[in-house]
Design a protein around this ligand. Structure first.
Ligand SMILES: [Zn+2]
Length: 1094
């Protein structure tokens, strides 16, 4: 359920006056004129601690919503309704291209450059199916004005240069642009991004679901772009789309936080809106005409080599059209109803579908989808046998009939209402961003965003309806599911030839673009008569079916030769004009020189020294020199278990965490720890079976999760801590119940329900497998660092491809009981007080109650009777600095961590290629460097950012066509180069090597270094939610003093130090490297015996 992922006063607002910003906003009067805007509504929304001010711009009709809240993490966003009518991806390419330079900021890529000139806490852009959103957030007022200026200019006055279009959208280019002998291929950032996106079978399914269920208008097309249609997009079409959609009359502005509204309005009016006249934007999405009978479709996808079973890879879902999302209360009700139907093991569809054992997990987009003008509900299964499609459909129908008859238990309704309550109180650091995404769809279709925020009144109204009519929900099910003819059954099955067919279609598209070529020397007029090329007035070939060529790229000629076959209609006059002009095509092979020229031109552009001085920037001196210290207290409970207390303004929510060491666990059980963690709170405990347990967790807590952790030491690369992290939160009144649940889980977890265990295993395996295309670069990096430190191997075991494959094997087992029997063995080593520490974040008033509850819990858990020896021989005890010796901000006793060390560890090089059926690659190269407290660590951290911004971004994204790439230094001292959705593989490794040469040669300026520092500090100083304050201290043993020392090292990083660390660690033969690649078959790697192929 996604009502709202909530809320955030800034950390610095520790003793904040929760009403200041809200009260100031309440002073506005309806009808008041401010800087070209008129106030139309002022509404307090106490449940979210904010005041909403609605305005409209007099000159253009632009809409504006300001949410005043005492939060320093201020956010701006501008949203345009973008409703494409084809799948060329025009809104998506536009989203990319407007960020490539604007009138006031004509330098290339101001957006990426601002990442290094600002302390922004968030910057991005999104293309949804019917809107495009540009949000940023920052805590610094000067930074806010700078970013606002860049965003406004980018959105309203972009350059939209032709070369930017080819770079970001698509182009024909030789594989190697400087070698015309290499094959012609499609390139372009969006082209590759979308190719990558559609390697994800869930994405394919979701896309078809949307397109088929709402087929009458813009939802029938792919707003991000279909790789086979993107090459039909022209530069002219792009500019036209901008003119009609990125207009103030089609825009919605949103600001959030505690900065004064007047300043925002003044700047937006002055810099953008005052330069426009009102237009009538014709972007409304018409209502979808309801069907008079249900429809069915079958589609295919690539077989999933990661999936557990090759014979069970079919997906089927049944979806229903729901009312418009602008009907706020109906949307609330249906969202709620949907959660009752599919959420958790007590829901009717979980019981009927998941527990039928027919499939592995729910189908994609299951539940309520409220992102389109009309919402829809979808339910089904993935990972089923093709023959079971009808059975799944029958179960869905039967379940609906059942619900109409029986309704829902009161407890489940209460549990869900409780969830909404706790979500409103739990504070995230990106509340502004959560709010703008939450209201975007409804507002986009002219719904009232303020109504949507009044969750409290929706809950009250809901309770009233239910009281008036106990069958309220059942009637809705009957109306929208049983008696709804607008019902789509969509199934998807794997086709062994799918990838081959896709590649074939791409080849055909390529051929369509490049041939048949006119003969050299032939009069162009003949081609025109034959209807081949088409020119615009500047003599550019612009037919959508023609290859991109611009006059400016053709040396020594104002004429543009035509390329390719045009299927378009020519206006007679234009034809006559061209005829009389009589272009000649040059005597050469057309395609090759042209496309390599385009490629070379792009390369030249990309390699040019970039003057970014037009952009506003913060200075290093704008960064806070000191971190705000967090007050902590540590006390022993139940004998010797350290508990860390952190008093925070948590809105009455209590956060309880624990960490247990894994040091005594036998090696052979380690691979099963992630599985143990993922099922521990889901199999039942004490007298509760798994259903009752799930019910209690929902009713009494905001969530109880368990996860394995490998924590690096801050001063030695060969030392680490291994353990399991328990995390939970609840409303104050439920604390005793939550701690009782933990006590039952620790003392008597149930490991008997084999059938349910099987269901959980399958779901976990499916989730892991589905996540690989999204996180391929992370899997590559984890693998590449596996042999560089002693902790690397454990990381791979817990979080790497090894874990994905292990889960796949387990999910395929016919008899799963041997695995289930391992769980109680893990429990014995883990779930006791022997090597445990706890942490609590709560309001000062709650701390004593919490202290008692935690003490009771620990006493109930007790200690393991048998004294167990650590499995690894070398264990060092390390005290976390506290009030006695170090920081004065921690009072009480010390936390002592037991770290494992391997003094004789020798890192070695390893290269691994995971063969996966993706059309793109994910590359990772890792280098062992220096630990956190070493001064080189700070230099390497700045260096990684510098290399990314000034070299790798250009090499890998702009020139190489990958969706992303760069370098980073992790807390564990591993320096990583990576690429994401990359059409290249070994060439990218060469780019990494070139980046090192670049760094060693010191070809960067002081300005570049300062920018890298700003960028690193914006991450170091990212806001931390009250719930997470002090966690660095608790988990990693990082005191505020250590962090302050690190901060000073970062400030001190200088040019020589950067060159020095490039030589010392990154140069060939200096430090041990590890390489890994996820991607398709690769002939070069196959021939190279130094690679291990898996
Ligand atoms: Zn994109």
């Amino acid at each position: 359920m996604t009502f709202l992922n909530c809320s955030s006063p800034h950390p610095r607002a520790w003793r904040w006056n929760s009403t200041k910003a809200c009260e100031r906003a309440l002073q506005y009067q309806v009808g008041e004129k401010i800087h070209g805007f008129t106030v139309s509504q002022v509404t307090p929304v106490p449940e979210l601690f904010l005041t909403a001010v609605k305005l409209s711009h007099d000159g253009t009709g632009a809409r504006y919503l300001h949410l005043a809240r005492e939060d320093t993490n201020n956010l701006f966003s501008v949203q345009f309704r973008t409703t494409p009518m084809d799948s060329t991806g025009v809104p998506h390419v536009l989203e990319h291209t407007v960020l490539c330079g604007s009138q006031k900021y004509p330098c290339r890529d101001p957006f990426f450059k601002m990442l290094n000139r600002s302390l922004s806490t968030f910057m991005n852009a999104f293309t949804a199916s019917d809107y495009t959103l540009y949000p940023f957030s920052t805590q610094n007022p000067k930074d806010f004005r700078n970013l606002l200026s860049v965003y406004l200019d980018a959105a309203f006055f972009p350059c939209l240069r032709e070369l930017d279009f080819w770079q970001e959208g698509w182009r024909l280019e030789h594989e190697n642009p400087s070698d015309p002998q290499t094959a012609l291929v499609f390139k372009g950032v969006v082209f590759n991004e979308m190719k990558g996106a559609f390697t994800d079978n869930e994405r394919i399914f979701s896309q078809h679901l949307l397109n088929r269920l709402l087929p009458d208008h813009t939802y029938a097309v792919i707003s991000g772009g279909d790789p086979l249609c993107i090459p039909d997009l022209t530069w002219e079409q792009l500019k036209q789309f901008h003119a009609t959609h990125y207009h103030p009359s089609n825009a919605r502005f949103f600001t959030y936080g505690n900065f004064p509204l007047e300043q925002h309005l003044e700047q937006i009016h002055e810099e953008a809106l005052s330069k426009f006249q009102k237009i009538e934007p014709r972007t409304t999405v018409p209502p979808q005409k309801p069907w008079d009978k249900p429809r069915e479709f079958q589609i295919t996808c690539a077989p999933d080599s990661m999936a557990a079973s090759s014979s069970k890879q079919t997906t089927v879902s049944v979806s229903f059209l729901l009312p418009e999302i602008t009907d706020t209360f109906e949307a609330f009700t249906l969202n709620f109803l949907s959660s009752l139907l599919i959420g958790g093991p007590n829901s009717p569809f979980y019981k009927a579908l998941i527990e039928s054992g027919l499939g592995t997990d729910f189908s994609p987009d299951v539940g309520y989808n409220g992102y389109t003008r009309e919402a829809y509900f979808s339910v089904g299964l993935q990972g089923i046998a093709e023959k079971d499609i009808q059975m799944v459909r029958d179960i869905i129908d039967r379940t609906i009939d059942d619900v109409i008859m029986k309704g829902f238990e009161d407890d489940r309704i209460e549990a869900l209402l409780h969830k909404i309550e706790i979500q409103m109180k739990h504070q995230s650091v990106s509340f502004g961003l959560a709010l703008t995404s939450y209201i975007a769809s409804c507002w986009n279709h002219d719904g009232d965003p303020v109504e949507l925020l009044k969750l409290g009144s929706q809950v009250a109204q809901f309770r009233q309806r239910l009281k008036d009519n106990p069958k309220f929900l059942q009637e809705k099910v009957k109306q929208y599911f049983k008696n709804n003819q607008h019902k789509l059954t969509l199934s998807m099955k794997p086709d062994d030839k799918y990838s081959e067919k896709q590649a074939q279609m791409e080849t055909e598209k390529l051929q369509q673009k490049v041939s048949p070529l006119p003969n050299p020397g032939e009069l162009l007029t003949e081609d025109i008569v034959a209807g081949k090329p088409y020119f615009d007035q500047q003599g550019r070939a612009t037919c959508s079916a023609c290859a991109p060529v611009s006059a400016s790229l053709w040396p020594g000629s104002a004429h543009t030769p035509a390329l390719g076959k045009g299927g378009c209609e020519l206006a007679t006059e234009e034809m006559n004009y061209k005829r009389s002009f009589g272009y000649y095509l040059p005597k050469c092979s057309y395609i090759s020189p042209l496309s390599s020229l385009l490629g070379l031109e792009l390369q030249t552009q990309q390699s040019k020294a970039q003057d970014a001085s037009c952009l506003p920037a913060l200075k290093v001196s704008d960064i806070e020199p000191r971190i705000p210290f967090t007050e902590l207290a540590v006390a022993l409970a139940a004998g010797d278990v350290p508990v860390q207390y952190c008093a925070q303004p948590t809105n009455g929510v209590v956060y309880f965490r624990a960490f247990c060491s894994l040091n005594t666990l036998p090696e052979e059980l380690r691979p099963y720890v992630p599985l143990f963690c993922s099922v521990l709170t889901k199999l039942g405990c004490g007298v509760l079976d798994y259903r009752e347990q799930a019910q209690q967790i929902e009713l009494k807590t905001g969530g109880m999760t368990v996860s394995p952790h490998v924590l690096p030491d801050d001063s030695h690369l060969d030392t680490y801590e291994q353990g399991v992290f328990f995390s939970s939160f609840c409303l104050e009144r439920n604390l005793p119940d939550m701690m009782h649940l933990w006590s039952e889980i620790f003392n008597s977890p149930c490991f008997e329900e084999e059938e349910h265990f099987k269901v959980l295993v399958k779901m976990t395996a499916q989730e892991l497998s589905n996540g690989v295309p999204d996180s391929g670069h992370l899997y590559a990096s984890i693998r590449a660092s596996r042999t560089l430190t002693p902790a690397g191997d454990l990381q791979e075991t817990f979080n790497g491809m090894d874990q994905v494959r292990l889960m796949k094997r387990i999910a395929e087992m016919t008899d799963i009981s041997p695995i289930l029997r391992k769980l109680p063995r893990i429990k014995k080593h883990l779930l006791n007080c022997n090597n445990m520490r706890c942490a609590v974040n709560a309001t000062p008033q709650q701390l004593s109650q919490t202290e008692r509850a935690v003490g009771d819990f620990l006493r109930s858990v007790g200690r393991s009777k048998k004294e167990r020896k650590p499995v690894r021989p070398h264990v060092v005890e390390k005290a976390v600095p506290n009030g006695c010796g170090g920081s004065a901000h921690v009072s009480g006793c010390q936390i002592v961590r037991k770290l494992i060390t391997e003094p004789t560890f020798t890192p070695c090089q390893m290269k691994t290629h995971f063969l996966l059926p993706f059309p793109v690659n994910y590359v990772g190269e890792c280098v062992r460097t220096a630990p956190y407290t070493h001064p080189d660590h700070a230099s390497l951290k700045i260096l990684a950012r510098l290399m990314t911004a000034k070299f790798l971004h250009t090499e890998i994204r702009e020139k190489g066509g990958a969706y992303g790439g760069g370098a980073k230094l992790s807390h564990n001292g591993i320096f990583t180069f990576y690429s994401y959705r990359d059409p290249r593989s070994t060439e990218t490794l060469q780019s990494f090597a070139k980046a090192v040469d670049w760094a060693k040669s010191g070809k960067f300026s002081q300005q570049d270094i300062d920018e890298a520092k700003l960028s690193v500090f914006s991450a170091v100083d990212a806001p931390v939610a009250p719930s997470d304050k002090g966690l660095d201290h608790f988990l990693y043993g990082l005191s505020d003093d250590l962090k302050q020392a690190h901060r000073e090292q970062l400030f001190a990083v200088h040019r020589e130090g950067l060159i020095d660390v490039s030589n010392k660690y990154l140069g060939v033969g200096r430090s041990t490297h590890g390489l890994a690649l996820l991607g398709p078959e690769n002939t070069k790697i196959a021939k190279d015996p130094s690679w291990i192929i898996r």
